[in-house]
Design a protein around this ligand. Structure first.
Ligand code: ATP
Length: 228
């Protein structure tokens, strides 16, 4: 098939202090897909995502995001929810969202306007002027996720987005991910729980020991997850 690719990575290699974290990863993600990166802790998922995003450079290999390979060009096209969650506790929710947009080049005033729309859409308008520390953990994570969307990225990368959420918030997150894909946004998320990938993903890459032993449909992936 010749669907255009949101992400194309070939032969990514990365070591830290002489220890190989990722040792030759290929990943192709079609535009508009919901794509899963599966694997146990320490497998190299976060390092791979950070290379795809241009946050860290690979030692070897190439990656393109919508055809771009310079981090500067990639930056505005993407939204990223890192594995370490965190917003400034004293910031108001709406300011946190606008601030995250500003980091991706969106003027603050536009970030506030669009942030309010997003909060309303997710029944959180009442939280706009609350500080982050006044929010429940689930609400704070939703606010952070909205902050990754406020500049209308074409690609959203979520590192273990389901971890730490209760079942209700996990369901809401699934709905948000599907809605993004319906709008044509490409979504990649990492998880060590295949269940989430089975419910959402058209394709997955399994990462184990810094390599990709399998990439393809999620149905076939189930039998190939290495034991933890
Ligand atoms: P987890 O879900 O536990 O974060 P992961 O699959 O995302 O796992 P990575 O975080 O990519 O895995 O880590 C892969 C390997 O690289 C691990 O052995 C980790 O200790 C190492 N590593 C990752 N980042 C660094 C760093 N900045 N400095 C040193 N070692 C690192």
């Amino acid at each position: 098939e010749d669907r255009p690719l949101a992400i194309e990575a070939r032969g990514l290699v990365k070591s830290f202090d002489g220890t190989m974290a990722v040792q030759g990863i290929d990943i192709s993600v079609p535009e508009g897909a919901i794509y899963g990166v599966l694997g146990p802790n320490g497998a190299g998922k976060t390092t791979t995502l950070r290379m795809l995003l241009g946050i860290i450079d690979p030692d070897q290999g190439v990656r393109r995001v919508f055809g771009h390979d310079r981090p500067h060009d990639i930056g505005r096209l993407i939204g990223y929810l890192p594995e370490e969650r965190g917003l400034y506790p004293a910031m108001k929710a709406i300011e946190a969202i606008a601030f995250m947009g500003a980091l991706r080049g969106l003027p603050l005033a536009e970030g506030r306007k669009r942030g309010l729309e997003l909060l309303e859409k997710h029944d959180l308008a009442h939280a706009a002027d609350r500080t982050i520390r006044q929010l429940s953990k689930g609400m704070a994570q939703t606010v952070q996720l909205l902050g990754t969307l406020v500049h209308r990225p074409r690609l959203v990368v979520l590192d273990e987005p389901f971890s730490g959420l209760d079942a209700i918030n996990q369901g809401k997150l699934e709905t948000m991910i599907r809605a993004l894909a319906d709008e044509g946004v490409t979504v990649i998320f990492s998880t060590h729980v295949i269940h989430h990938a089975e419910r959402l993903c058209e394709g997955v890459a399994i990462i184990a020991g810094g390599k990709v032993p399998y990439a393809g449909s999620v149905e076939t992936a189930r039998d190939r997850i290495p034991a933890q």
